[in-house]
Design a binder for this molecule. Sequence first.
Ligand SMILES: Nc1ncnc2c1ncn2[C@@H]1O[C@H](COP(=O)(O)OP(=O)(O)OP(=O)(O)O)[C@@H](O)[C@H]1O
Ligand SMILES: [Mg+2]
Length: 273
Amino acid sequence: MGGDKTGARATDESGRERSQRSETAIRLDGVTVDFEEVRAVADVDLRVSEGEFVTVIGPSGCGKTTLLRTVGGLQDPTAGTVRVGGSPPERARRAGEFGFVFQQHALLPWKSALENVVFLRKMVGKSPDRERARELLATVGLAGFEDARPAELSGGMAQRVAIARALHLGASVLLMDEPFGELDELTREEMGVEVRRVWRDQRKTVVFVTHSVPEAVFLADRCVVMSDQPGEIAGVFDVELPRPRDESVYGTTAFQEQVARVRTALHEGYELR
Ligand SMILES: Nc1ncnc2c1ncn2[C@@H]1O[C@H](COP(=O)(O)OP(=O)(O)OP(=O)(O)O)[C@@H](O)[C@H]1O
Ligand SMILES: [Mg+2]
């Protein structure tokens, strides 16, 4: 990918941190999005390095989905520029470089779970791999549900199909909008560990929107806190926790401290109104 260089942290497999100069995968400069009377996103500057896991948290209606859609080339900014790999995001979108998981799962109701996972790859001209699709469904806990239609699945199960679909796309950038919103807490934690594992193994760049502070901290290399409408960046936090991470991290003091920092910024963001 093209783009400029930014300093970024990275880790080796043992979890030790090292500094490196890495490519900027996503770059937003002065991005503002207006909908008639509403300013949904206000003057956002953000750099996401290749291979980085960034979470975005903020109050409901603060512009998180709009920001993610703008990164993914589904929404034009009113002002400012978005670059993905140095180009406008439409290029990456057409090339199937984005794996979207939307707030609503957007599965095709007439297709089975397995067919939903493979079809998107076909759409972007990549060859589907049914065995790999089966493996991914098993990874998200849906072995045995390959032939089920979305109407036969619970909301959380359908969301997990959508996650498998995004992973099967083989996209380099995952844009995930509250993908665990309908999952129970334990499944959520398990899926968080799983998504981080896939991210690490496959060197993805991830932007992940969530309402949950613990989730925002657990998943992130960096956590972006947005203020209430209009959505501005209220704070950006480097998350210093062991890598790789598993559920045991939730019980540590370091984790609680990071959660407290993000929670405070979130409250201050509300007060910016
Ligand atoms: N297509 C649209 N047309 C008009 N207004 C919109 C549109 N999309 C979003 N908005 C407005 O922009 C603001 C931000 O919406 P957005 O969906 O980005 O918020 P959000 O942070 O994702 O909220 P939530 O956490 O509830 O999902 C809201 O006031 C919303 O009403
Ligand atoms: Mg949203």
